[in-house]
Design a protein around this ligand. Structure first.
Ligand SMILES: NC(=O)C1=CN([C@@H]2O[C@H](COP(=O)(O)OP(=O)(O)OC[C@H]3O[C@@H](n4cnc5c(N)ncnc54)[C@H](O)[C@@H]3O)[C@@H](O)[C@H]2O)C=CC1
Ligand SMILES: O=C(CO)COP(=O)(O)O
Length: 355
């Protein structure tokens, strides 16, 4: 490590935190990764491995794992918070005494907090009151990044300095960082796509084909955009890496934990067994519940999310739900071109003429 090396802190010892720590170290930063488990701290420092969350991957030896939050954060120019949404606020509160307003704080989590339907960067903002806040999101399977597969992501922030610094600190020959100023849209896309990854895994386990997956992903995008518009977000953001990009990868890959939970459910496992067997976070299980509640409250039509909710929490068999969805309301392909209402009117006209 050179004396001038910029310091980067990563909070979280899971697969994504570990992959990001290595990227920053590959880029020449002095990286301190904070995690709770002292045995894992020792393993990372001694063997440069994280056998619990990212086995078979050699971590850049320049990554130093620590148990002491203060040690990790103080002097860091960039703090990446790679903690699942359920624990995110607690960890930010623990970190708060050591954080300073000149630091760049970036959430990498793809979940929603139940209370107030808050996204993780909103929690960062509220807990600190600082202005250099961003979100990193995109089609970023941690184990593929760890294998240095060519990967792209998005840094989203309304603060230009945050965008530019993260591009410099994380962009490298195998990791390309695109910029967006739509933090809310990028973050919402990352959270929503997990819902449809569960559905895609389930469809695969039930032996459904590529037509089905393609239909599912495309209609998921329509549903996500409808929800985004209702929440005041810009649906155009979903055309980018953090929307359609992440939807493609998580609905297609068994490396996605959400997909794997869906696959296990499709094989007949209970939700509890599927989540326990995974042993890692699958944010979509909680997100589908929160999003369906919000959609019902706001009157947003989200048949796939609602169908998945019924399968996960109300015991409706997945095949029955698929059949019901296929026979649901006849609708429009691209609602930004032909509205759902226009389709309904035409159908009513056709039915009246037919009678
Ligand atoms: N793994 C991936 O491919 C990607 C994950 N993400 C997102 O990043 C976030 C983190 O995910 P992963 O690293 O994959 O999770 P993971 O399941 O691999 O690991 C979770 C980590 O968080 C730690 N943790 C949980 N509760 C904690 C607490 N109260 N205090 C301190 N540490 C705590 C665990 O000990 C573990 O180190 C999630 O929101 C996920 O959706 C985003 C992009 C890619
Ligand atoms: O968000 C991810 C890839 O972009 C990781 O997805 P999972 O959380 O389903 O593994």
């Amino acid at each position: 490590m050179s004396e001038q090396a910029i310091k980067v802190a990563v909070l979280g010892g899971g697969s994504f935190g570990t992959a990001l720590a290595s990227i920053a170290a590959d880029n020449g930063a002095a990286v301190q990764q904070w995690l709770r488990d002292p045995d894992l701290v020792d393993e990372i420092n001694r063997d440069h491995r994280n056998s619990r969350y990212l086995p078979d991957y050699a971590i850049n030896p320049a990554v130093v794992a620590v148990n002491d939050m203060r040690l990790a954060i103080e002097g860091a120019e960039l703090v990446l918070v790679a903690i699942p949404s359920k624990a995110f606020r607690d960890v930010v509160r623990e970190a708060r005494p050591w954080l300073s307003p000149d630091q760049i704080l970036v959430s990498t989590a793809k979940g929603i907090e139940e209370d107030g339907f808050l996204l993780m960067s909103q929690i960062l903002e509220r807990e600190t009151g600082f202005s250099h806040i961003g979100v990193l999101s995109g089609p970023n399977l941690a184990s593929e990044i760890a294998d240095k597969h060519l990967t792209a992501t998005v840094i989203a922030s309304d603060d230009p300095l945050t965008r530019a610094r993260v591009q410099s600190l994380l962009g490298c020959e195998y990791f390309r960082v695109y910029a967006s100023n739509d933090r809310y849209g990028v973050e919402l896309g990352g959270a929503l796509k997990n819902i449809y990854a569960i559905a895609a895994g389930m469809a695969a386990a039930l032996g459904m084909g590529e037509n089905t997956r393609s239909m599912l992903m495309t209609r998921a995008l329509a549903e996500m955009s409808r929800f985004a518009v209702e929440q005041g977000a810009n649906p155009m953001t979903f055309l980018g890496l953090a929307g359609v990009g992440d939807l493609i990868v998580t609905c297609s890959s068994a490396l996605s934990r959400n997909y794997r939970v869906g696959f296990a459910l499709g094989e007949g496992k209970t939700l509890d067994d599927a989540v326990e067997a995974l042993g890692q976070v699958a944010e979509g299980v909680n997100t589908v519940r929160l999003v369906c509640n919000r959609a019902r409250q706001d009157g947003v039509y989200m048949p796939i999310a609602e169908g998945l909710y019924q399968v996960l929490f109300k015991g409706v068999p997945a095949r029955d739900m698929a059949r019901m969805l296929m026979q649901g309301e006849q609708s429009s392909d691209v609602e930004f071109i032909l509205s759902r209402e226009a389709v309904q009117q035409a159908r009513k006209l056709e039915e009246d003429e037919h009678d």
